[in-house]
Design a binder for this molecule. Structure first.
Ligand SMILES: *[C@@H]1O[C@H](CO)[C@@H](O)[C@H](O)[C@H]1NC(C)=O
Ligand SMILES: *[C@@H]1O[C@H](CO)[C@@H](O)[C@H](O)[C@H]1NC(C)=O
Length: 398
């Protein structure tokens, strides 16, 4: 009797320890999973990240939010950038494993080659530029009608986003092996879907403009990334009193900053359809935009603003077709609808260094691709606070 009750007590004691041990093991395991997950893009400096938003993740939240008090204290630009570049270079070492050995579907090859034809010299990235303030300056004749008209540019791709780069277009993606390829895969089919914040009310946008005016509006990005957009807007002559095109925006935080800087009217172009009840914001999906371009009702813009969006174009991540020049064509299309001397405010992961395609998460722009991305746009101003996203302002030249 005695013995067995002691055993029971002992057992329950041991059981308790076993339980605690198991819980600790589980938590450690989960924590490691989390770390491993973020390891895949070792950009992540843990001091800089908030869990819900990894800068490399490019995920966008529902709405703009108010700045947290210690937001600015998270700045540590040099450490962040050094670590990021070192790690990117290391992981990009085995680029070639991302090259598909299988033949790409013949029809698909033809469609991509048709895009190349419509694009012409603009997509010939083997050309030489001339020195510019931040990187080389490149010019090309742009056939605006052709790049708005080619049906394959905006057509979605059926099936999951490809995991590897087709060998047929390897040279185009790597720009003749001058761009490193890194693996970082997403499947976020989104084309023709709904935007994450499908209704922008006057009240919610005005609320965000008020926060922007007080310097308290956060967006989906870190302080040292957002601030580059604000500085860029202040240096872009087309914003104040201007008619402004915003490209790729799921929540109206960029629009709020643009309106706060005095824009008269904003047109937002986004894949997912958005209903705006704000009198100064009109939204369009690509097919509407294209129709308005051709029937002449679109008109021209004084400025174009895009933040952390175009670096994804043509990588298939959002259900778009693989298109080695998707980003270049997207910027060229904005050139087509901008007034002479109008501004382009371009926020991107942009580096004064190495170029990467992080397939299929996004591109990091260095000296090699930046000139082609901004074909025909004159470099005017750069704001870089050491975050992944920097902002460059350009002026349209014809
Ligand atoms: C870019 O980096 C080079 C050194 O690699 C430096 O000389 C140059 O000033 C930098 N340019 C800009 C615009 O930061
Ligand atoms: C042009 O196309 C747009 C988009 O379909 C449409 O809303 C608009 O009414 C058209 N305008 C004219 C003048 O045809």
């Amino acid at each position: 009797m005695m013995t067995s009750s002691i055993t029971l007590v002992q057992r329950s004691g041991i059981f308790k320890y076993v339980l605690i041990f198991a819980v600790v093991v589980c938590l450690t395991y989960l924590w490691h999973q989390e770390l491993r997950h973020s390891d895949t893009n070792q950009l992540i400096s843990h001091q800089l990240q908030r869990k819900h938003h990894l800068p490399g993740d490019y995920s966008k939240p529902q709405t703009g939010q108010e700045t947290s008090k210690n937001d600015k204290q998270k700045l540590n630009p040099n450490e962040f950038r050094d670590k990021k570049l070192k790690e990117l270079t290391e992981t990009a070492g085995d680029s070639l494993k991302l090259k598909s050995e299988q033949d790409m579907d013949e029809t698909e090859v033809q469609k991509i080659n048709s895009i190349r034809n419509s694009c012409g010299q603009l997509c010939d990235t083997s050309r030489q530029g001339t020195p510019g303030p931040f990187f080389d300056h490149v010019t090309a004749p742009i056939d605006c009608k052709a790049i708005y008209n080619n049906p394959y540019i905006d057509e979605g791709y059926s099936g999951p986003p490809p995991k590897k780069i087709p060998k047929e277009f390897w040279n185009d993606y790597t720009m003749g092996n001058r761009v490193l390829i890194e693996e970082w895969y997403f499947n976020q089919i989104y084309l023709n879907g709904k935007a994450r914040t499908p209704i922008w009310t006057k009240e919610s946008v005005d609320g965000q403009i008020r926060l922007a005016a007080q310097g308290r509006l956060t967006g989906p990005y870190e302080y040292n990334e957002r601030i580059t957009l604000v500085e860029g807007l202040k240096h872009a002559p087309g914003i104040k009193n201007g008619r402004v095109l915003v490209v790729g925006s799921e929540s109206p935080w960029v629009e709020a900053y643009v309106l706060n800087e005095g824009a008269k009217e904003v047109v937002t172009l986004e894949y997912g359809s958005i209903k705006s009840t704000h009198p100064k914001i009109k939204t369009m999906i690509p097919s509407e935009f294209q129709k308005s371009f051709f029937n002449g009702s679109l008109g021209l813009f004084d400025a174009v603003v895009t933040f952390s969006s175009l670096e994804h174009s043509g990588l298939g991540r959002y259900g778009d077709r693989l298109n080695p020049w998707g980003d270049i064509i997207a910027v060229a299309r904005t050139w087509c609808v901008t007034k002479d001397k109008g501004s382009l405010v371009l926020g991107l992961p942009i580096e004064n260094g190495t170029d990467f395609v992080r397939f299929n998460a996004g591109r990091v722009y260095g000296k090699v691709r930046s000139p082609f991305l901004s074909t025909n746009w004159k470099q005017h101003f750069k704001s870089d606070h050491g975050g992944l996203q920097s902002t460059i302002v350009f002026t349209k030249t014809t």
